[in-house]
Design a protein around this ligand. Structure first.
Ligand SMILES: [Zn+2]
Length: 136
């Protein structure tokens, strides 16, 4: 028997405990859930960073929006951009959705999903604004 620190209340407990005697958290059930939030947060930061980098690039290279291929189609249309934005955002939301379904950290999950949706809306409206600036 060795002593470990409860990941929830930081009290020293035994590694044979299935329920923390201090905060009564079920340690077996939550063993898996403790990875959900960090994974979600890491994906979220990556997603935001990629979008900000994209916006900075587009602001400095607005002509990208009006580039056409040999069939005279827009290389980078609004629909394609929104698709590029929504697909990773589904991945970003996934850990929070799982946490919500499994009833782990429900308030944080709802807050994170709402934040993803709000940021997605902001990014899409920003891109619509850029497309208007580019004169499409
Ligand atoms: Zn505890």
């Amino acid at each position: 028997m060795t002593n470990i620190v409860c990941p929830y209340c930081k009290q020293v407990i035994s590694d044979t405990d299935t329920v923390c005697p201090y905060c009564t958290t079920n340690l077996v059930k939550n063993d898996y859930s403790k990875y959900l939030m960090p994974v979600g947060a890491a994906l979220f930061v990556l997603w935001i960073a990629a979008n900000i980098a994209g916006f900075v690039f587009l602001q400095n290279h607005l002509q990208v929006l009006t580039l056409k291929d040999k069939n005279n189609c827009l290389i980078f249309s609004l629909a394609e951009y929104i698709q590029l934005l929504i697909q990773p955002s589904i991945v970003v939301c996934a850990p929070y959705v799982i946490a919500l379904i499994k009833k782990y950290q429900i308030k944080i999950s709802i807050a994170c999903i709402s934040m993803c949706i709000i940021l997605l809306m902001l990014f899409i409206s920003y891109f619509i604004h850029l497309q208007k600036l580019a004169g499409i």
